[in-house]
Ligand binder design. Structure first.
Ligand code: PMP
Length: 429
């Protein structure tokens, strides 16, 4: 790899990059800066960034307005441990944008949002069990690390050590896009299921799109059984449309969890829903949840600076960029005859090295040719194109990706001795 500077393993065990060794047989790259669609590593190599910090950077790196807003805000103090007007402004913005949310609570990460949502669902329904879907990832809270996607999937250790059997037994697992698997769990556990939590557009086993009626059917089953439907829109929120997947598919969950874009690149998350349910959160209600830096002024400022600019033009530009990449990859797949397909919703997309036409659940996702993905990832990296370092993640494109970036990503050459040619296109940036 291009990066020369070596770090010891213990130093490398940082954040989400730790799985890169196992998923694509590589060494994590350390980055020092970013601007627009580009990132620079510590050896000054430049890359086109197709990961966008796993979702938050819808306007790209070091985006002027957001940076300026953060700098200005920090001059007035960075945290007060008390309410601010910014937090209220953010709450109003979320309520305006996300169809199902009437009241909302800020937290500092996606994990905090989902774990709090589950506690709330249990407190509200006075039931214990939850249903999740295999290959869905909802953060690193114990209850979710059962057949989880994302890093847990690429590491091949879906059940993390440290999660006790007692906790694991309260999490039931259904198959994504298989409503019968959900019905069966409800039938076997009458009046015991507090909530069904789902990534309505699954992004953590690669991008898996919900089939027609799947989310509607889930909605109906939850209502019938007095269980709550939780949409984990940490990835899809503000990404696939202003109102997230619930707006796109017109299905209203009881609770929604948000993260990533909501913080504009700083740590933030939120969970919200119907007032009647949210009123159960302390101090109004008996379900405890709190956080020292929740609603942090800098995070709220950064997030607001992004949310306030999300309009139809932004989404149509993202669609234009993403559809060009999608179509280009499709053409390259056909040219080479490689068994692969592209799944995409808006600016989220995965290139699956799969024999099946469409990956629709965890079982199929697991059959992908991860060796081939790893080769593709590495050859693109050599060219200066930074893709998700795992078959089981998504590209999150920013509106700063330009025509030249797209050309680099898709370029193919017929010259047999072109050492830069890789199976599915790409040229040096
Ligand atoms: N839910 C989903 C759908 C996610 O994709 C993630 C993170 N990728 C999380 C929850 C957890 O968010 P965080 O990493 O901010 O804790």
């Amino acid at each position: 790899f291009k990066q020369k500077t070596a770090y010891e393993i213990p130093l490398r065990l940082v954040g989400s990059e730790m799985c890169i060794r196992d998923s694509v047989d590589s060494t994590p790259i350390f980055f020092k800066s970013g601007n627009g669609s580009k990132m620079i590593d510590i050896d000054d190599n430049e890359y086109i960034d197709c990961v966008g910090s796993w979702g938050p950077l819808i306007f790209g790196h070091a985006e002027n307005q957001t940076v300026e807003a953060i700098v200005n805000c920090s001059k007035n103090g960075t945290t007060f441990g008390a309410p601010t007007e910014l937090e209220t402004k953010m709450a109003s913005k979320i309520i305006e944008m996300v169809p199902s949310i009437e009241k909302v609570r800020m937290v500092s990460s996606g994990t905090e949002a989902t774990m709090s949502a589950i506690r709330l669902a249990r407190g509200y329904t006075r039931k214990d069990l939850i249903i999740k879907f295999s290959g869905n990832y909802h953060g690193h809270f114990d209850s979710f690390l059962i057949k989880a996607g994302s890093g847990a999937m690429t590491l091949g250790k879906p059940d993390s050590q440290g999660v006790t059997e007692n906790i694991a037994k309260d999490t039931l697992v259904a198959e994504f896009n298989d409503i019968d698997s959900v019905v069966e769990l409800f039938n076997e556990n009458k009046n015991k299921i507090a909530a069904v939590i789902i990534e309505p557009i699954a992004g953590n086993m690669g991008l898996v799109i919900p089939e027609k009626n799947f989310l509607n059917d889930l909605r109906a089953i939850c209502t019938e059984n007095n269980s709550l439907l939780i949409f984990d829109e940490v990835m899809s929120g503000f990404r696939v449309s202003k109102g997230g997947a619930q707006e796109l598919y017109d299905v209203i969950p009881d609770i929604t969890t948000l993260g990533k874009i909501i913080g504009g690149g700083l740590p933030a998350g939120a969970y919200g829903g119907k007032s009647e349910i949210m009123d159960h959160v302390a101090p109004d209600g008996p379900v405890y949840q709190a956080g020292t830096l929740s609603g942090n002024p800098l995070a709220m400022t950064a997030g607001l600076s992004v949310l306030e600019r999300l309009n139809d033009d932004v989404y149509s530009k993202l669609e234009d960029i993403s559809s060009k990449i999608h179509e280009g990859l499709q053409i390259n797949i056909e040219k080479t005859g490689i068994n692969a397909n592209v799944a995409r919703v808006g600016s989220m997309m995965t290139l699956f090295f799969s024999d099946s036409d469409r990956v629709k659940n965890y079982t199929e996702a697991k059959k992908c040719n991860t060796t081939h993905y790893s080769q593709y990832f590495k050859s693109m990296l050599e060219l200066g194109i930074y893709l998700p370092p795992s078959q089981y993640e998504c590209l999150f494109l920013s509106n700063k990706i330009d025509e030249n970036d797209i050309d680099c990503l898709l370029y193919t050459s017929d010259a047999a001795d072109d050492s830069l040619r890789v199976d599915l296109g790409g040229r040096r940036i």
